[in-house]
Design a protein around this ligand. Sequence first.
Ligand SMILES: C[S@@+](CC[C@H](N)C(=O)[O-])C[C@H]1O[C@@H](n2cnc3c(N)ncnc32)[C@H](O)[C@@H]1O
Length: 465
Amino acid sequence: MMARGLAFLLRRSIPKTSEITMEVLATAAEGTAPILADECNDLGLRVVHVRRDGVVLDLNTTSTAKALVHLRVATRLLLALDDVRCRDANDLYGSLKQIDWPRWLDDRHTIAVHATGALPGSPEAPERRGPPARGPAIRNHVFASQRGKDAICDVLRGKFDARPNVDLEDPDVRIVLRFRGDRCGVYLDISGEAMHRRGYRIDAVPAPMKETLAAAAVAIVDWDGTRPLIDPMCGSGTLIIEALMRHLNIAPGLHRDFAIERWPNHGEAVGLLLDKERDAAKEAADAAIANASGLKVIAGDFDRAALRATRTHLERAGLTDLVEVVRHNVRRMDTDLADAVVICNPPYGERIGGSTVTDLYEAMAQRWATLDRADVWVLDGHDDFVSRFGYRPRRSWMLRNGQLHVRWHHFRLTETDRLRGRSEPEVSVDDPAEVDQDPTAAGPVAVEAPEIADVRADEAGAPSP
Ligand SMILES: C[S@@+](CC[C@H](N)C(=O)[O-])C[C@H]1O[C@@H](n2cnc3c(N)ncnc32)[C@H](O)[C@@H]1O
């Protein structure tokens, strides 16, 4: 066993690199990766390629800080360490022991290992190639996390003569294992708490949208501020807040910390860069809010609790003065803003109050019939929405709201857009891979198959005990 003194000396000799380059996976919810790729290109980040579950980026510490503070659609940033073979538990342990963990971890910072995705031999896993597994099966995500943690701790004990403690709740460094059958992507979680947590939303309302999904939706709308913007069923105000933040270029990450700031070796240097990025973003946000003029933005709902939440969130986002919050029933709302941009996420559940949601969809169309110069965007999670609303969408994007597959429809409420009769409408749905990809943008953009079946690493899988 290595003497304690020698281990200390070795630890001291780890370089505190201030500028490192790394391959980073910016994860995205289903259907939003191409939108995220556009965002990355706009920020000048180097896009390596676009996958269904996110965008692979080539970043250094400076551009990592920029990505963390400014990306709106990314759900997490993960540093890609390796992609290893993992046919069975022995394979996994052996492959993980080959990774240079002391470059990133030491014995004084706590860790947690989080496993997710399709385990080898599971029904969701891609078909096995190569020789059959001989060692013990990777039975579940908890077991995978434990074997991963054993391998990492054994490497670190060899180097420092001591192993890091595990802290499942609040680790300094979270290691993420994303399985896709016999292969496993090994990552360090750069962002920590999921990136939809901007910090402005605290009040719970039923069925809120994630901020990252709302950001993707409003990126598609691309509201330019010249026309009134209305969310008549605003819930906690997410769509309106994300639309305003995007329009005013207010960075989503300017009020929060990120996991990488706590990492050994690199945390301090990246923390300084993040402070610089956040300070500049705060200054820019204050100026944008102070100079915003001529905007007409309305958030409405009939539920008092929802409106209270919207007011709280607007205040926390610094946007109170830019938004009119009104209590109205959409069935009787003012419709004098004929050229408005309407964005909304109506309820999908069957009953609200005394009537059904499908009655509500018909009532919305009747009430909005005079908005024939408006662009109307609806997040639809109900099979009968389009037929009951009675208009054919000009274009629709397939997205996912939590576990639910949803469509983000763009309507124009003109006579020619009206559906005739009650038959099932033909809705032409965009392949998300085709959404707004700009071939002239900075990095090469190509779409490849998903890395794992469940692309939302934040919700699936299990931490190691
Ligand atoms: C799915 S939630 C919207 C959630 C919102 N996007 C968010 O992120 O918090 C639907 C909202 O529609 C509102 N709503 C339902 N029927 C309404 C009506 N007839 N008039 C006004 N608001 C209505 C509900 O009160 C609820 O807040």
